[in-house]
Design a protein around this ligand. Structure first.
Ligand code: GCO
Ligand code: MN
Ligand code: MN
Length: 386
């Protein structure tokens, strides 16, 4: 009956930095060997992934010579062509090098800001060469600990000028990228600017070409902020701005855990998959997560399989939920009441009529809302007894 085998048409992707994560954390050294990017491509392809995403320096180290860079690129392209794997998204590492210790696009040093834009242009060239269609901006270092140091209004202005410049650059080059802002509330900075999906959506409207810029929301990031990720994804869909999506696992109130997709809080993940599937989200489903520090090299591929398999299991649960007569009956009963007086829009007549209307407040108040029953049915469906 069910088939949880990932296939390229599911558009599952992994960052080179995810399956290539060595287990290093702020308290300890690597527990796994470095993985060659071409090897990651060759490992992920038979598992059914669609592609890999990369930062410039995931593929070509910051200090590589041009000749070294070319050799790496050649080997990587060979792996892509041998396997049919794609690179749908690219991004710039604007956080690892010490020069970005106080931000890249929002550094108070104009030369550092210029260097960040220089690096991003080169990285955009690399992504375009590999066929990437989406270009992500995650401002990991774009934040502060000392609010006396910078005016946050300046940082918004600097961020805007960088994104406007880079968008104009990529259009001029004919790359046709869709740009995405990836928000995060904190880590590695005490506070990161543009902290949540909602902040990013509002900021995008202030850009020169907002039509070309959307969001790459991440489950862990909005969960770290204590927010309901599915609600934020809904707002991005509503705005026509869900260009990409980072999926992983996270417990609220923790550091950025980047756990396997579905590792925690399956009900929340179910409603996330539901909103993506019900709205026919066609962008990449990118697992921005990594195996636990305790995993060895083999267990990393179990992690990768698990992310995709859990998504497909939850997708099947969504189909089951949508076809469940009892559940759908309750939802229909709750939501089948039609439109409010505001739905047809304002006119003087409707306003007057509405002001004059008598409402049976008691009857409206006492309308049954069997949410306990509905939620229990949802839980039973998810636990597999329905
Ligand atoms: C994080 C971020 C990154 C970005 C990546 C691509 O918390 O470290 O999620 O993994 O997604 O830099 O933009
Ligand atoms: Mn993250
Ligand atoms: Mn991410």
């Amino acid at each position: 009956m069910s088939n949880y085998q990932p296939r390229p048409e599911h558009r599952f992707t992994f960052g080179l930095w995810t399956v290539g994560n060595t287990g290093r954390d702020p308290f300890g050294e690597a527990t796994r060997a470095v993985v060659n990017p071409a090897d990651s491509v060759r490992k992920l392809a038979p598992l059914g992934a669609y592609g890999v995403n990369l930062h410039d320096n995931d593929l070509i180290p910051f200090d590589a010579t041009p000749a070294e860079g070319e050799a790496i690129l050649k080997e990587f392209k060979q792996a892509l062509s041998d396997t049919g794997m794609k690179v749908p998204m690219a991004t710039t590492n604007l956080f690892s090098q010490p020069i970005f210790k106080d931000g890249a696009f929002t550094s108070s040093d104009p030369k550092v800001r210029s260097f960040a834009i220089h690096k991003a242009m080169h990285s955009m060239d690399l992504g375009a060469e590999l066929g990437a269609e989406t270009y992500v901006f995650w401002g990991g270092r774009e934040g502060s600990e000392v609010d006396a140091a910078k005016n946050p209004l300046d940082t918004l202005k600097w961020m805007r000028e960088a994104l406007n410049f880079l968008n104009a650059y990529q259009m001029d080059q004919g790359y046709n990228y869709k740009l995405c802002i990836e928000p995060k509330p904190n880590e590695p900075r005490g506070d990161i600017y543009l902290a949540t999906t909602g902040h990013a959506l509002a900021f995008i409207e202030t850009l020169d070409h907002p039509e070309n810029v959307g969001v790459n929301p991440e489950f862990a990031h909005d969960t770290m902020a204590g927010l309901n990720f599915a609600h934020n994804v809904a707002q991005a869909i509503d705005a026509g701005k869900l260009f990409h999506c980072d999926l992983n696992g996270q417990k609220p109130g923790r550091f950025d855990q980047d756990l396997r997709f579905g590792q925690e809080d399956q009900k929340t993940n179910f409603f996330l998959v539901k909103i993506l599937e019900d709205n026919n989200y066609q962008g990449p489903k990118h697992f921005d997560a990594h195996a636990l520090r305790t995993s060895d090299a083999d267990d990393v591929w179990e992690f990768a399989k698990g992310c995709m398999r859990t998504y497909l299991i939850l997708k099947e649960k969504v189909q089951q939920f949508n076809a469940d007569a009892e559940i759908q009956g309750i939802i229909q009963e709750l939501n089948g009441g039609g439109d409010s007086a505001a739905a047809a829009g304002f006119s003087k007549e409707t306003a007057q009529k509405l002001k004059a209307e008598n409402f049976d407040v008691m009857a409206l108040t006492n309308r049954p809302l069997p949410y306990e029953k509905l939620d229990q049915l949802t839980v039973e469906l998810l636990l597999g007894v329905r």
